[in-house]
Design a protein around this ligand. Structure first.
Ligand code: FAD
Length: 400
Protein backbone atom coordinates (compact mmCIF):
# COMPACT_ATOMS: atom_id res chain seq x y z
CA UNK A 1 0.00 0.00 0.00
CA UNK A 2 3.09 2.28 0.14
CA UNK A 3 5.33 3.30 -2.80
CA UNK A 4 9.05 4.23 -2.68
CA UNK A 5 8.08 7.76 -3.66
CA UNK A 6 5.76 7.96 -0.62
CA UNK A 7 8.59 6.71 1.59
CA UNK A 8 11.02 9.33 0.26
CA UNK A 9 8.51 12.13 0.86
CA UNK A 10 7.82 10.96 4.40
CA UNK A 11 11.52 10.94 5.21
CA UNK A 12 11.91 14.55 4.13
CA UNK A 13 8.72 15.72 5.85
CA UNK A 14 6.94 16.72 2.65
CA UNK A 15 3.75 14.74 3.24
CA UNK A 16 0.67 16.67 4.34
CA UNK A 17 -2.73 15.24 5.19
CA UNK A 18 -5.89 16.60 6.72
CA UNK A 19 -5.91 13.75 9.22
CA UNK A 20 -3.34 11.21 10.40
CA UNK A 21 -4.97 8.33 12.27
CA UNK A 22 -2.45 6.44 14.42
CA UNK A 23 -3.42 2.79 15.03
CA UNK A 24 -5.25 0.48 12.61
CA UNK A 25 -7.31 -1.41 15.19
CA UNK A 26 -11.13 -1.23 15.10
CA UNK A 27 -11.22 2.33 16.51
CA UNK A 28 -8.69 3.89 14.12
CA UNK A 29 -9.99 2.04 11.09
CA UNK A 30 -13.62 3.00 11.87
CA UNK A 31 -12.64 6.68 12.08
CA UNK A 32 -10.47 6.52 8.96
CA UNK A 33 -13.16 4.67 7.00
CA UNK A 34 -15.95 7.08 7.96
CA UNK A 35 -13.79 10.11 7.09
CA UNK A 36 -12.43 8.64 3.84
CA UNK A 37 -15.93 7.84 2.63
CA UNK A 38 -16.84 11.49 3.25
CA UNK A 39 -13.94 12.58 1.05
CA UNK A 40 -11.59 13.70 3.86
CA UNK A 41 -7.87 13.21 3.14
CA UNK A 42 -6.80 10.56 5.70
CA UNK A 43 -3.58 8.64 6.29
CA UNK A 44 -3.97 5.58 8.57
CA UNK A 45 -0.66 4.33 10.00
CA UNK A 46 0.21 1.38 12.23
CA UNK A 47 3.54 0.31 13.68
CA UNK A 48 2.79 -3.37 13.12
CA UNK A 49 3.27 -5.27 9.89
CA UNK A 50 0.45 -7.48 8.62
CA UNK A 51 -0.58 -10.09 9.62
CA UNK A 52 -0.72 -8.50 13.06
CA UNK A 53 -2.13 -10.36 16.03
CA UNK A 54 -3.11 -8.86 19.36
CA UNK A 55 -4.38 -10.15 22.68
CA UNK A 56 -8.15 -10.34 22.18
CA UNK A 57 -10.94 -12.89 22.54
CA UNK A 58 -11.90 -12.23 18.92
CA UNK A 59 -15.66 -12.25 19.68
CA UNK A 60 -17.85 -9.64 18.04
CA UNK A 61 -21.08 -9.01 19.95
CA UNK A 62 -24.41 -7.69 18.63
CA UNK A 63 -23.45 -4.02 18.94
CA UNK A 64 -20.18 -4.47 17.03
CA UNK A 65 -21.92 -6.53 14.35
CA UNK A 66 -24.69 -4.00 13.92
CA UNK A 67 -22.11 -1.26 13.35
CA UNK A 68 -20.08 -3.39 10.95
CA UNK A 69 -23.34 -4.07 9.10
CA UNK A 70 -24.10 -0.36 8.86
CA UNK A 71 -20.58 0.24 7.58
CA UNK A 72 -21.38 -2.27 4.82
CA UNK A 73 -18.78 -4.80 5.98
CA UNK A 74 -20.98 -7.77 6.96
CA UNK A 75 -20.52 -9.55 3.63
CA UNK A 76 -16.72 -9.18 3.94
CA UNK A 77 -16.86 -10.53 7.48
CA UNK A 78 -18.87 -13.58 6.45
CA UNK A 79 -16.65 -13.98 3.38
CA UNK A 80 -13.61 -14.01 5.69
CA UNK A 81 -15.17 -17.02 7.43
CA UNK A 82 -16.26 -15.43 10.75
CA UNK A 83 -17.79 -18.19 12.88
CA UNK A 84 -21.23 -17.82 14.55
CA UNK A 85 -20.98 -18.31 18.34
CA UNK A 86 -24.46 -19.20 19.58
CA UNK A 87 -23.35 -20.68 22.93
CA UNK A 88 -21.27 -19.58 25.90
CA UNK A 89 -20.29 -22.16 28.48
CA UNK A 90 -19.60 -20.38 31.74
CA UNK A 91 -17.58 -22.21 34.42
CA UNK A 92 -16.75 -21.30 38.00
CA UNK A 93 -15.48 -23.94 40.43
CA UNK A 94 -17.62 -27.01 39.85
CA UNK A 95 -20.57 -24.95 38.52
CA UNK A 96 -21.37 -24.72 34.82
CA UNK A 97 -24.00 -22.86 32.83
CA UNK A 98 -24.68 -23.07 29.10
CA UNK A 99 -26.03 -19.76 27.87
CA UNK A 100 -27.38 -18.60 24.55
CA UNK A 101 -25.25 -15.77 23.13
CA UNK A 102 -27.29 -13.25 21.19
CA UNK A 103 -25.88 -12.74 17.65
CA UNK A 104 -22.11 -13.14 18.08
CA UNK A 105 -19.29 -14.07 15.70
CA UNK A 106 -15.65 -14.97 16.26
CA UNK A 107 -12.84 -13.93 13.94
CA UNK A 108 -9.08 -13.73 14.39
CA UNK A 109 -7.76 -10.24 14.93
CA UNK A 110 -5.24 -10.55 12.11
CA UNK A 111 -8.09 -11.19 9.66
CA UNK A 112 -10.52 -8.63 11.08
CA UNK A 113 -7.97 -5.82 11.24
CA UNK A 114 -6.70 -6.55 7.72
CA UNK A 115 -10.31 -6.46 6.49
CA UNK A 116 -10.96 -3.08 8.15
CA UNK A 117 -7.73 -1.55 6.82
CA UNK A 118 -8.58 -2.89 3.36
CA UNK A 119 -11.95 -1.11 3.52
CA UNK A 120 -10.17 2.17 4.37
CA UNK A 121 -7.87 1.79 1.35
CA UNK A 122 -10.85 0.96 -0.87
CA UNK A 123 -12.59 4.14 0.32
CA UNK A 124 -9.58 6.20 -0.82
CA UNK A 125 -7.68 6.50 2.47
CA UNK A 126 -3.91 6.00 2.49
CA UNK A 127 -2.89 3.06 4.68
CA UNK A 128 0.67 2.29 5.84
CA UNK A 129 1.82 -0.55 8.09
CA UNK A 130 5.27 -0.71 9.66
CA UNK A 131 5.13 3.01 10.51
CA UNK A 132 5.61 3.77 14.21
CA UNK A 133 4.58 7.18 15.48
CA UNK A 134 7.15 8.39 18.00
CA UNK A 135 5.62 11.72 18.92
CA UNK A 136 3.38 14.58 17.89
CA UNK A 137 4.13 18.29 18.23
CA UNK A 138 1.84 21.25 17.57
CA UNK A 139 3.04 23.48 14.72
CA UNK A 140 1.50 26.64 13.25
CA UNK A 141 -1.07 24.99 11.03
CA UNK A 142 -1.64 21.65 12.72
CA UNK A 143 0.53 18.85 14.06
CA UNK A 144 3.90 17.43 13.11
CA UNK A 145 3.92 13.64 13.47
CA UNK A 146 7.35 12.04 13.97
CA UNK A 147 7.53 8.56 12.50
CA UNK A 148 10.01 5.71 12.24
CA UNK A 149 9.79 3.42 9.24
CA UNK A 150 12.33 0.70 8.39
CA UNK A 151 14.50 2.21 11.14
CA UNK A 152 14.51 5.61 9.41
CA UNK A 153 13.00 8.72 10.98
CA UNK A 154 10.51 10.79 8.99
CA UNK A 155 7.76 13.36 9.42
CA UNK A 156 4.13 13.72 8.44
CA UNK A 157 2.07 16.85 8.75
CA UNK A 158 -1.62 16.78 9.66
CA UNK A 159 -4.29 19.30 10.57
CA UNK A 160 -5.66 16.75 13.04
CA UNK A 161 -4.22 13.59 14.65
CA UNK A 162 -6.37 10.72 15.93
CA UNK A 163 -4.74 8.67 18.70
CA UNK A 164 -6.17 5.16 18.29
CA UNK A 165 -3.06 3.39 19.59
CA UNK A 166 -4.85 1.12 22.06
CA UNK A 167 -4.03 0.70 25.78
CA UNK A 168 -1.43 3.27 26.78
CA UNK A 169 -2.04 5.92 24.14
CA UNK A 170 0.43 8.38 22.64
CA UNK A 171 2.29 10.80 24.89
CA UNK A 172 1.40 14.35 24.01
CA UNK A 173 3.71 17.31 24.61
CA UNK A 174 3.61 18.42 28.25
CA UNK A 175 1.66 15.34 29.36
CA UNK A 176 3.40 13.54 32.22
CA UNK A 177 0.95 10.69 32.27
CA UNK A 178 -1.63 9.91 29.61
CA UNK A 179 -4.02 7.91 31.75
CA UNK A 180 -5.49 7.09 35.14
CA UNK A 181 -5.08 3.38 35.80
CA UNK A 182 -7.52 1.75 38.26
CA UNK A 183 -5.73 0.36 41.30
CA UNK A 184 -5.62 -3.44 41.30
CA UNK A 185 -6.44 -3.54 37.59
CA UNK A 186 -5.87 -6.90 35.97
CA UNK A 187 -3.65 -7.39 32.92
CA UNK A 188 -4.53 -9.17 29.68
CA UNK A 189 -2.84 -12.33 28.38
CA UNK A 190 -3.34 -14.15 25.13
CA UNK A 191 -2.02 -16.87 22.83
CA UNK A 192 -3.29 -18.80 19.81
CA UNK A 193 -2.99 -22.60 19.66
CA UNK A 194 -3.14 -24.92 16.66
CA UNK A 195 -6.52 -26.62 16.53
CA UNK A 196 -5.13 -30.13 16.14
CA UNK A 197 -3.79 -29.87 19.67
CA UNK A 198 -7.15 -29.32 21.30
CA UNK A 199 -10.50 -30.98 20.69
CA UNK A 200 -12.29 -29.71 23.74
CA UNK A 201 -13.66 -26.41 22.48
CA UNK A 202 -16.04 -27.10 19.62
CA UNK A 203 -16.57 -24.51 16.91
CA UNK A 204 -19.44 -22.18 17.79
CA UNK A 205 -18.81 -22.24 21.54
CA UNK A 206 -17.19 -19.63 23.75
CA UNK A 207 -15.82 -21.18 26.94
CA UNK A 208 -15.41 -18.74 29.83
CA UNK A 209 -13.76 -19.92 33.04
CA UNK A 210 -13.86 -17.61 36.05
CA UNK A 211 -11.41 -18.21 38.90
CA UNK A 212 -10.38 -16.30 42.00
CA UNK A 213 -7.52 -14.48 40.29
CA UNK A 214 -9.00 -13.83 36.87
CA UNK A 215 -10.86 -15.39 33.96
CA UNK A 216 -10.09 -17.06 30.63
CA UNK A 217 -12.03 -17.20 27.37
CA UNK A 218 -11.36 -19.82 24.70
CA UNK A 219 -12.92 -19.77 21.25
CA UNK A 220 -12.25 -21.30 17.86
CA UNK A 221 -11.73 -18.71 15.13
CA UNK A 222 -12.38 -18.91 11.37
CA UNK A 223 -9.06 -20.63 10.66
CA UNK A 224 -9.82 -23.40 13.18
CA UNK A 225 -7.19 -22.09 15.62
CA UNK A 226 -7.94 -21.65 19.32
CA UNK A 227 -7.80 -18.12 20.64
CA UNK A 228 -7.05 -18.04 24.37
CA UNK A 229 -7.51 -14.66 26.08
CA UNK A 230 -7.42 -13.94 29.80
CA UNK A 231 -7.55 -11.15 32.36
CA UNK A 232 -5.46 -12.04 35.41
CA UNK A 233 -4.25 -10.52 38.66
CA UNK A 234 -0.70 -9.28 38.40
CA UNK A 235 0.34 -11.36 41.45
CA UNK A 236 -0.74 -14.58 39.75
CA UNK A 237 1.14 -13.63 36.59
CA UNK A 238 4.29 -12.78 38.57
CA UNK A 239 4.13 -16.12 40.41
CA UNK A 240 3.30 -18.44 37.54
CA UNK A 241 4.12 -16.76 34.22
CA UNK A 242 1.49 -16.46 31.45
CA UNK A 243 0.95 -20.15 30.59
CA UNK A 244 1.03 -21.14 34.28
CA UNK A 245 -1.44 -18.42 35.28
CA UNK A 246 -3.95 -19.41 32.61
CA UNK A 247 -3.52 -23.13 33.37
CA UNK A 248 -4.16 -22.41 37.06
CA UNK A 249 -7.43 -20.62 36.25
CA UNK A 250 -8.60 -23.41 33.94
CA UNK A 251 -7.70 -26.10 36.49
CA UNK A 252 -9.76 -24.30 39.18
CA UNK A 253 -12.90 -25.84 37.66
CA UNK A 254 -11.70 -29.28 38.83
CA UNK A 255 -12.88 -32.54 37.23
CA UNK A 256 -10.91 -34.72 34.80
CA UNK A 257 -8.32 -32.75 32.82
CA UNK A 258 -10.05 -33.42 29.54
CA UNK A 259 -13.12 -31.21 29.60
CA UNK A 260 -11.64 -27.86 28.59
CA UNK A 261 -9.99 -27.30 31.97
CA UNK A 262 -6.44 -27.30 30.70
CA UNK A 263 -4.44 -25.55 28.01
CA UNK A 264 -3.92 -27.27 24.68
CA UNK A 265 -0.77 -29.37 24.35
CA UNK A 266 1.98 -28.15 22.08
CA UNK A 267 3.47 -24.81 21.18
CA UNK A 268 1.15 -21.88 20.48
CA UNK A 269 0.98 -20.59 16.88
CA UNK A 270 1.18 -17.06 18.32
CA UNK A 271 3.02 -17.20 21.65
CA UNK A 272 1.94 -15.61 24.91
CA UNK A 273 1.63 -11.85 24.90
CA UNK A 274 0.52 -9.51 27.65
CA UNK A 275 -1.10 -6.11 27.91
CA UNK A 276 -0.62 -3.22 30.31
CA UNK A 277 -3.20 -2.79 33.11
CA UNK A 278 -6.66 -3.06 31.56
CA UNK A 279 -8.92 -0.72 33.51
CA UNK A 280 -7.95 2.84 32.72
CA UNK A 281 -9.21 6.14 31.48
CA UNK A 282 -7.41 8.72 29.41
CA UNK A 283 -6.84 11.93 31.36
CA UNK A 284 -7.74 13.97 28.30
CA UNK A 285 -10.00 12.60 25.56
CA UNK A 286 -8.95 15.41 23.25
CA UNK A 287 -6.08 17.87 23.49
CA UNK A 288 -5.66 20.63 20.92
CA UNK A 289 -5.77 18.93 17.54
CA UNK A 290 -5.29 15.40 18.93
CA UNK A 291 -8.37 13.24 19.54
CA UNK A 292 -8.27 9.93 21.43
CA UNK A 293 -10.56 7.01 20.69
CA UNK A 294 -10.90 3.28 21.43
CA UNK A 295 -8.74 1.76 24.17
CA UNK A 296 -6.48 4.84 24.01
CA UNK A 297 -9.39 6.85 25.46
CA UNK A 298 -10.33 4.34 28.17
CA UNK A 299 -11.06 0.68 28.80
CA UNK A 300 -12.52 -1.70 31.36
CA UNK A 301 -11.89 -5.42 31.81
CA UNK A 302 -13.00 -7.45 28.81
CA UNK A 303 -15.36 -10.03 30.40
CA UNK A 304 -18.37 -9.03 28.32
CA UNK A 305 -16.33 -8.91 25.09
CA UNK A 306 -17.53 -5.46 24.10
CA UNK A 307 -14.15 -3.73 23.58
CA UNK A 308 -14.24 -3.88 19.79
CA UNK A 309 -17.87 -2.70 19.82
CA UNK A 310 -16.90 0.33 21.92
CA UNK A 311 -13.88 0.96 19.69
CA UNK A 312 -15.97 0.84 16.50
CA UNK A 313 -18.75 2.95 18.02
CA UNK A 314 -16.24 5.52 19.24
CA UNK A 315 -14.39 5.52 15.93
CA UNK A 316 -17.56 6.20 13.94
CA UNK A 317 -18.85 8.81 16.39
CA UNK A 318 -15.53 10.69 16.40
CA UNK A 319 -15.51 11.35 12.65
CA UNK A 320 -17.75 14.47 12.62
CA UNK A 321 -15.66 16.11 15.37
CA UNK A 322 -12.46 15.46 13.43
CA UNK A 323 -14.08 16.89 10.34
CA UNK A 324 -15.06 20.00 12.32
CA UNK A 325 -11.47 20.37 13.58
CA UNK A 326 -10.07 20.04 10.05
CA UNK A 327 -12.35 22.85 8.89
CA UNK A 328 -11.58 25.34 11.67
CA UNK A 329 -10.16 25.82 15.18
CA UNK A 330 -10.07 22.52 17.04
CA UNK A 331 -11.10 23.72 20.53
CA UNK A 332 -14.85 23.44 20.08
CA UNK A 333 -14.54 20.11 18.33
CA UNK A 334 -12.31 18.82 21.16
CA UNK A 335 -14.81 19.91 23.81
CA UNK A 336 -17.64 18.37 21.78
CA UNK A 337 -15.81 15.05 21.46
CA UNK A 338 -15.02 14.95 25.19
CA UNK A 339 -18.74 15.27 25.96
CA UNK A 340 -19.85 12.89 23.23
CA UNK A 341 -17.32 10.25 24.33
CA UNK A 342 -18.76 10.32 27.85
CA UNK A 343 -22.27 9.95 26.52
CA UNK A 344 -21.55 7.25 23.96
CA UNK A 345 -18.81 5.08 25.43
CA UNK A 346 -18.26 5.74 29.14
CA UNK A 347 -21.94 5.21 29.94
CA UNK A 348 -21.76 1.76 28.38
CA UNK A 349 -18.57 0.92 30.21
CA UNK A 350 -20.14 1.65 33.62
CA UNK A 351 -22.14 -1.60 33.66
CA UNK A 352 -19.02 -3.58 32.75
CA UNK A 353 -17.09 -1.90 35.58
CA UNK A 354 -19.75 -3.11 38.03
CA UNK A 355 -19.54 -6.59 36.57
CA UNK A 356 -15.74 -6.56 36.87
CA UNK A 357 -16.12 -5.82 40.62
CA UNK A 358 -18.59 -8.68 41.01
CA UNK A 359 -16.21 -11.09 39.26
CA UNK A 360 -13.70 -10.61 42.09
CA UNK A 361 -16.01 -12.32 44.58
CA UNK A 362 -15.59 -16.06 43.92
CA UNK A 363 -18.48 -17.16 46.16
CA UNK A 364 -20.86 -14.76 44.41
CA UNK A 365 -19.64 -15.86 40.98
CA UNK A 366 -20.14 -19.54 41.82
CA UNK A 367 -23.64 -18.83 43.15
CA UNK A 368 -24.55 -16.84 40.04
CA UNK A 369 -23.17 -19.48 37.66
CA UNK A 370 -25.04 -22.15 39.65
CA UNK A 371 -28.28 -20.16 39.30
CA UNK A 372 -27.68 -19.60 35.57
CA UNK A 373 -27.05 -23.33 35.17
CA UNK A 374 -30.57 -23.96 36.44
CA UNK A 375 -32.25 -20.94 34.81
CA UNK A 376 -30.15 -19.65 31.86
CA UNK A 377 -32.88 -17.14 31.05
CA UNK A 378 -31.64 -15.05 34.01
CA UNK A 379 -28.59 -14.10 31.91
CA UNK A 380 -30.69 -12.16 29.43
CA UNK A 381 -31.06 -8.84 31.32
CA UNK A 382 -27.31 -8.81 32.01
CA UNK A 383 -26.41 -9.40 28.38
CA UNK A 384 -28.84 -6.71 27.31
CA UNK A 385 -27.40 -4.22 29.78
CA UNK A 386 -23.80 -4.83 28.77
CA UNK A 387 -24.01 -5.35 25.05
CA UNK A 388 -27.31 -4.79 23.34
CA UNK A 389 -27.59 -1.09 24.01
CA UNK A 390 -24.37 -0.01 22.31
CA UNK A 391 -25.72 1.04 18.97
CA UNK A 392 -24.49 4.37 17.62
CA UNK A 393 -26.26 5.96 14.66
CA UNK A 394 -23.80 6.49 11.80
CA UNK A 395 -23.04 10.19 11.32
CA UNK A 396 -23.89 11.70 7.97
CA UNK A 397 -20.91 13.59 6.59
CA UNK A 398 -21.43 15.57 3.44
CA UNK A 399 -18.56 15.39 0.95
CA UNK A 400 -16.33 18.50 1.23
C1 FAD B 1 -7.78 -10.49 27.21
C2 FAD B 1 -8.64 -9.64 26.31
C3 FAD B 1 -9.73 -10.21 25.66
C4 FAD B 1 -10.55 -9.41 24.85
N1 FAD B 1 -11.60 -9.99 24.21
C5 FAD B 1 -12.41 -9.24 23.45
C6 FAD B 1 -13.50 -9.83 22.74
O1 FAD B 1 -13.69 -11.05 22.74
N2 FAD B 1 -14.31 -9.02 22.03
C7 FAD B 1 -14.11 -7.66 21.97
O2 FAD B 1 -14.90 -6.95 21.33
N3 FAD B 1 -13.07 -7.08 22.59
C8 FAD B 1 -12.22 -7.84 23.32
N4 FAD B 1 -11.14 -7.26 23.93
C9 FAD B 1 -10.93 -5.82 23.78
C10 FAD B 1 -10.39 -5.44 22.41
O3 FAD B 1 -9.27 -6.22 22.08
C11 FAD B 1 -10.01 -3.96 22.40
O4 FAD B 1 -10.96 -3.20 23.12
C12 FAD B 1 -9.92 -3.41 20.98
O5 FAD B 1 -8.91 -4.07 20.24
C13 FAD B 1 -9.62 -1.91 21.01
O6 FAD B 1 -9.42 -1.45 19.72
P1 FAD B 1 -8.51 -0.17 19.44
O7 FAD B 1 -8.65 0.08 17.98
O8 FAD B 1 -8.82 0.91 20.39
O9 FAD B 1 -7.02 -0.63 19.80
P2 FAD B 1 -6.13 -1.83 19.25
O10 FAD B 1 -6.95 -2.88 18.66
O11 FAD B 1 -5.22 -2.18 20.38
O12 FAD B 1 -5.29 -1.18 18.07
C14 FAD B 1 -4.28 -0.25 18.33
C15 FAD B 1 -3.32 -0.24 17.16
O13 FAD B 1 -2.40 0.84 17.34
C16 FAD B 1 -1.13 0.43 16.89
N5 FAD B 1 -0.14 1.30 17.55
C17 FAD B 1 0.10 1.40 18.88
N6 FAD B 1 1.06 2.33 19.11
C18 FAD B 1 1.42 2.82 17.89
C19 FAD B 1 2.36 3.80 17.48
N7 FAD B 1 3.11 4.48 18.36
N8 FAD B 1 2.49 4.06 16.15
C20 FAD B 1 1.72 3.39 15.24
N9 FAD B 1 0.81 2.44 15.59
C21 FAD B 1 0.66 2.17 16.90
C22 FAD B 1 -1.04 -1.02 17.31
O14 FAD B 1 -0.09 -1.74 16.53
C23 FAD B 1 -2.47 -1.50 17.06
O15 FAD B 1 -2.62 -2.07 15.78
C24 FAD B 1 -10.28 -8.03 24.70
C25 FAD B 1 -9.16 -7.47 25.33
C26 FAD B 1 -8.33 -8.26 26.11
C27 FAD B 1 -7.12 -7.65 26.76
Amino acid sequence: MTSNDDLGKRRTGRVRHDVVVVGAGPAGSATALTLSRAGVDVHLVDRAELPRWKVCGGCLGPAALELLGELGLMADLIGAGAVPIPVMELRAGSRRARLRLPGSLSISRYRLDALLAGAVAKAGGEVSFGVRVEGVTPVDDGMEVRIREDGVVGRLHARVVVDATGLGGLHLPGERSTEEVASGSRVGLGAVFPSAAYHMCPSGELQMTVGRDGYVGIVRTEDGLLDVAAAVDRDLLARMGPGGAVSELLASTGGPRSGGNRLPDGEPSFGWRGTPALTRRSIRTAEGAVFRVGDAAGYVEPFTGEGMGWALAGGVALAPFVRQAVAGPSDRAAAGWTQAYRRIVERRQRMCRLLAHGLRRPAVVRAVVGALGVAPVLARPLMDATGRDSRVPLPTLAAP
